[in-house]
Structure formats: structure tokens, C-alpha cells
Design a protein around this ligand. Structure first.
Ligand code: F6R
Length: 615
């Protein structure tokens, strides 16, 4: 969603800010803006649409300076207009502010400010914040950095909602202020320069030394130093971390799109999800991050998995994997529903929240609600510095590296891999024998190669994509653990190609879906050689009987599918708990190549944001 990049140092801020914004493009936005301090004042440039438009605006009417804030906006309050784009200013016009998050009581605050003579020029909640800080600063009298921090503190105390902000004031040159509550903000430490960003990937090309701010913290930064305090006014302890990845990990490299790069990374990312976590000696998985003893794990009699979007689909597949390997009842919940439901949980319920970004507002709220109820709540996250990673009682990191493509790909297969590890660990504490455990480990060790072989099907999948790219409607079907994979395939396609697509358990066909079958509606069946293969064949026959085109994903060596389907993609043979991972890959490639064929912006699909930090 929205992005923040800010800089204070001795270099020209403009290229640094624009480069940072470009690196945040993937998060989704619809307008952008910049405010740069110069002697005696601040210059602002804004543009609707792409960052290139903002760059063109700056070229038309150049600005320069060594201190600046910038923003990409994803509209929540008010239409996509220049006026609503950030930065916003206060009554004096000397303070400028960018904001991620939502100010829930902005309407009340706005009315109060209007009564005190403030005029507003946008429909945003953010403008209220700018006026509040400006008013507090002007009331204070002093025009120095301490006064600006105090003004930010005073303003934020009145606010209900979430924020990550950065503020610059013409009367306090050489200084920026940042603050966060519920919206990530990271401080980058350079040599005689400092950075602020909502996502570390925006600044990692300048520094890997960072401080992840906590909620209710305020940072004042200058070229030669920074100070972190809390909203209540006390000093804050902080920890300087080194970013795990380098600038190269957030580049496309030889690939035309991040999504394709990330699909191709999967042999490595599934390997990284398992690295150091398999013990042949104990024939089990070692997941120390869970912070639970075997006795604790043995006592678990129910598991709840919560997430949104792709992470929710991973949870649904995880349900099958955990139930079959560990024989523990599992339930999946949309995180957005979980937070408002009052589910009667047994005492020994273990809750996992699943989130690539670790910042999804609904998933974070589910985590907090579950912990509030006293359940041990663990996270399965990719972003190790995320709020979910920090607030959960423990968990498992994906170690998949930054995922930039808006459509989640490698994070999904990492999540599935982690569910197999969890199934192995919990199963070994229950009914799986030593040799069962060794068997699973040996299959897991083959997984990266099987994933690599599946990716080699790309040329074939691309040809199929070309054939069906003009379809207006697509159906995806599968049974058991492949039903969530069908959902995920449908989600990938609709997200990046805008083709209406939906996923179903194959047997649901007869209960209504079959009404959609026409000669122009392709159905994709995930039908590997498994216990329900024959059932899938019957469902395929039902579609073919109505002249519906069928693409099938089967197992290498299969000859039955080719006899009845229009197109067949054969993936390597694997045990039932790994096939969902392999079956996912052709679906990712299909969506990618269809979207590409249609000329869609694969990495930045319309209306979507990479990390959904508002409810
Ligand atoms: C789909 C997609 C979204 C995310 C969802 C949750 O391709 O990217 O559906 O999966 O917004 O995001 P995280 O995993 O970051 O919580």
C-alpha cells in the first residue's frame, strides 16, 4: 500500500527519494509526491499515477535539497487526485507530512480544527495530522528540533488509528521526524546521512544498518545522528540490525518481471525453508523458533490457521497436510473474520497466523485477538522484522528473501513446505515411526530438484497460456489438498490478468458450477495420480460432455488424461503431501504467461497492494 521514503544528509535528496519510491512501486499506489527543504522554505511536487509522472514534474520544475520526504499513496480517504496526494501541509504551509495508515477519528479532529480556523484542501485523513502537528508546533513557541518532536508527540496523542509518518519543517532545517503506530517504519543509518522508509527494500542500496521502530516510538534524525523516544516522552532502547539481504535481491536481474524471477527462485526458496531444520538422527523436523518443548507440542489437541489471500490458501492446504501427517484437527479462518468471531476454543488450541509481509492488518489483528484470549499464537512469516514476527509467541520464518511481485508465488510454496515440516514434527511426537520420519525427510530432500524440473515445463505452459489467453472466464478444480491449489491458481489468474476465475473442489461441479461450462470456458483440473484420480476423471468427463475445454495437471507417466483432455501438463511424481507444491508451479506460470500475453502489468496489477496494512 502507501510507501514512505525520507532522507537527511549531504547528497541531493531527489534521486535518493525517487529511487526509493521506485523500489516501493510493487506495493501498489496511485499517486506520489515529494517535499524537499531549501534555504528558507520547502518545495513540493506531486503527480497522479506512476512515479515517472512525478519525476517528469520535477524535471519540468526542478527542486533540490539535502533533506526531503516522499510518498506513494494508495487511496483510502478521497479520490486519486493531486490534492489528495501526500505530502500534506499545515496552516502555516511550512510543515509537510507524509503518512501511511488510517486516522480513524479524523472527521472529529477535522471539525475541531475547522472550528479553530484551519482550512482543508484535501479529503484525506492525513491532512488533519499535518494541521495537528503544525498547530502544536506553532503554539509551543520554540522553533527547534526538540519542539518539533514535542509537537509530533502532542498531535499523535490525540489520534486514534494507525500511522507511519515523516515530517519536515521549514523552520527546523536539516532535520526530519518519524513516528509509528501499526504501520512499519525503519530508520537507515548511513555515514553522515540517515534514511526513513516504510520498507527496508527502499533504502537497502544505501545502507544495511537499520533500526526497526516499534509502535509508539518517535525518531528525530539529522545527517549526523538520531534520537529515538516514545510517545510518552521517555527515551527508547533500540537495536541496530543488519538487513539479511542485499540490494541485488530486490533487483529483477535477468528476468522481465519480479513475478517470473520469484517463480524461478522456488527451488532455492523451498530449500531455504528446510535448511537446518531436518534431523536424520531424530527423523524429525527441528523448529526451535516455535519456542515449545515436545511436551508442549504433544499437549496440542487442535490447531487454528489464519491468514488472508494466498496465505489463507496455504492454510487450507496446510489443514490437509497437518491432518494427514500429524492427525491433529485443524481449522482455517480468514484472519479478517477471525478477529471479529468469538470462537469457542479448546484450552490446548495452538494458533498460527500466516503472512508473507508480516504486516497485513487483519492478520495482525487476528494475532492480537488470539493472544489476548490467552492462546499461544505463532507466526509463519517471511519478513523477519515485521510486526507479526515480533508480536507472536514464536514461529517459523520462511527465509524466502524479499517478495516484490504483487502476486505471491515463492512465499506460498515456502508456506506449504513449512506445513510439511510442522506435520513431520507433530506427527513424530504422535504416531509416525522413526522410519516414517526418515521417509518424509528423504522425500523433502528431493523437493528442490522436483520444483526445478516442474519449472522446466514453462515453455509448454506458455504455449497453453497463449491458446487460452482470450477466455473471459476460467475454472480451476482439484480435490483434497489440491482444492486450495485450485483456489490459488484462480486467484493468481484474476489478480494479474483480470480474467474472472474461480476455484472449486472438483465434485462441486455438479452442484452448480457446471452451469458455467461452455465451449469458451476453460476448466483446469489438478488431477495427479492419487487416491481420487478416478473421481477427477469422472468430473473431467462431465465437462467434456458439455464441450468445455479442459487443461489437466497430471503425474509424469500418466496416459489417461491425454485421451480426454485438450491439454495436459505432467508434473513429477511426489508423495501426496508434496504434490500441492509442485502443482502450484504450472498455475503460477499459466497466470504469468496469460497476463503477459494480454499485455497486463504483471508486477503491479491494478488496484492491488503488496502489503495490505489497512483493515
Ligand atoms: C495474492 C496476494 C495476497 C496476499 C494477502 C496476504 O497473490 O499476494 O492475497 O497473499 O494480502 O498477504 P501477507 O501474506 O503478506 O499477509
Amino acid at each position: 500500500m502507501c510507501g514512505i521514503v525520507a532522507y537527511v544528509g549531504s547528497s541531493n535528496a531527489i534521486p535518493i527519494l525517487l529511487d526509493g519510491l521506485n523500489r516501493l512501486e510493487y506495493r501498489g499506489y496511485d499517486s506520489a509526491g515529494i517535499a524537499v527543504a531549501r534555504a528558507g522554505g520547502i518545495d513540493v511536487r506531486k503527480a497522479v499515477g506512476r512515479i515517472a509522472n512525478l519525476a517528469a514534474e520535477i524535471q519540468k520544475s526542478p527542486v533540490s535539497g539535502t533533506v526531503g520526504i516522499s510518498h506513494t499513496r494508495w487511496a483510502t480517504h478521497g479520490a486519486v487526485t493531486r490534492e489528495n496526494a501526500h505530502p500534506h501541509t499545515d496552516k502555516s504551509g511550512r510543515l509537510h507530512l507524509v503518512h501511511n495508515g488510517v486516522i480513524e477519528n479524523y472527521q472529529t479532529l477535522r471539525e475541531q480544527l475547522q472550528e479553530r480556523g484551519h482550512e482543508f484542501h484535501s479529503q484525506t485523513d492525513t491532512e488533519v495530522l499535518a494541521h495537528l502537528v503544525g498547530e502544536a508546533f506553532d503554539k509551543g513557541g520554540a522553533r527547534d528540533s526538540a519542539a518539533l518532536v514535542e509537537a509530533v508527540r502532542a498531535a499523535l496523542r490525540q489520534v486514534i488509528g494507525t500511522y507511519g509518518i515523516s515530517v519536515v519543517h521549514a523552520d527546523v532545517p536539516g532535520m526530519l521526524v518519524g513516528a509509528r503506530r501499526g504501520s512499519p517504519l525503519v530508520l537507515g543509518i548511513g555515514k553522515h546521512e540517515h534514511f526513513l522508509a516504510s520498507d527496508v527494500s527502499a533504502i537497502v542500496s544505501h545502507t544495511r544498518e537499520v533500526v526497526y521502530l516499534n509502535d509508539y516510538e518517535i525518531v528525530a534524525l539529522q545527517a549526523d545522528g538520531f534520537e529515538i523516544s516514545t510517545l510518552s516522552g521517555s527515551g527508547a532502547d533500540f537495536h541496530v540490525s543488519t538487513v539479511e539481504f542485499d540490494a541485488g535481491s530486490v533487483e529483477k536481474g535477468k528476468y522481465p518481471h519480479y513475478m517470473l524471477k520469484e517463480i524461478h527462485e522456488q527451488p532455492n526458496t523451498v530449500r531455504d525453508a528446510m535448511r537446518g531444520r531436518l534431523s536424520a538422527e531424530e527423523a524429525t523436523a527441528i523448529l526451535g523458533g516455535l519456542n515449545m518443548t515436545n511436551a508442549d507440542l504433544r499437549a496440542v489437541d487442535r490447531i487454528v490457521l489464519a491468514g488472508c489471500g494466498t496465505a489463507f490458501h496455504a492454510a487450507l492446504a496446510g489443514e490437509y497436510i497437518l491432518e494427514s501427517l500429524a492427525h491433529i484437527p485443524v481449522e482455517c479462518e480468514f484472519a479478517s473474520e477471525f478477529r471479529y468471531r468469538n470462537i469457542p476454543f479448546q484450552r490446548d488450541t495452538l494458533v498460527f497466523v500466516i503472512s508473507q509481509s508480516g504486516e497485513t492488518a487483519d492478520t495482525l489483528a487476528a494475532l492480537r485477538e488470539s493472544r489476548r484470549k490467552g492462546h499461544r499464537t505463532l507466526g509463519i512469516c517471511n519478513n523477519v522484522a515485521s510486526t507479526i514476527a515480533r508480536e507472536s509467541d514464536g514461529g517459523v520464518y520462511m527465509h524466502a528473501g524479499p517478495e516484490i511481485g504483487v502476486a505471491a508465488t515463492k512465499s506460498f510454496t515456502s508456506q506449504l513446505t513449512i506445513f510439511v515440516l510442522l506435520g513431520l514434527l507433530l506427527g513424530r511426537i504422535r504416531h509416525l515411526s522413526h522410519s516414517d520420519g526418515l521417509n518424509i525427510i528423504s522425500e523433502l530432500e528431493k523437493l528442490p530438484d522436483l520444483v526445478a524440473r516442474t519449472i522446466e515445463l514453462e515453455t509448454q505452459v506458455a504455449a497453453i497460456a497463449k491458446k487460452y489467453a482470450k477466455a473471459n472466464n476460467f475454472l480451476f478444480m482439484g480435490r483434497q489438498a489440491h482444492y486450495p491449489i485450485a483456489l490459488e491458481g484462480a486467484l493468481k489468474l484474476k489478480e494479474i490478468s483480470y480474467i474472472s476465475s474461480s476455484g472449486y473442489p472438483s465434485a462441486e461441479l455438479k452442484h452448480g458450477v457446471i452451469a458455467l461450462i461452455t465451449e469458451d470456458t476453460p476448466s483446469l483440473f489438478i488431477a495427479p495420480q492419487d487416491a481420487v484420480f478416478e473421481k477427477n476423471i469422472s468430473n473431467i468427463e462431465e465437462v467434456k460432455a458439455r464441450r468445455g475445454p479442459v487443461i489437466a495437471i497430471g503425474t509424469e507417466g500418466d496416459t489417461a488424461l491425454a485421451k480426454i483432455c485438450d491439454d495436459v501438463i505432467l508434473i513429477p511424481e511426489a508423495p501426496h503431501y508434496l504434490t500441492p507444491i509442485l502443482a502450484t508451479i504450472p498455475l503460477q506460470l499459466l497466470a504469468y504467461h496469460i497476463a503477459n500475453e494480454l499485455g497486463c502489468d504483471v508486477d503491479k496489477p491494478r488496484n492491488l497492494a503488496k502489503s495490505v496494512t489497512v483493515e
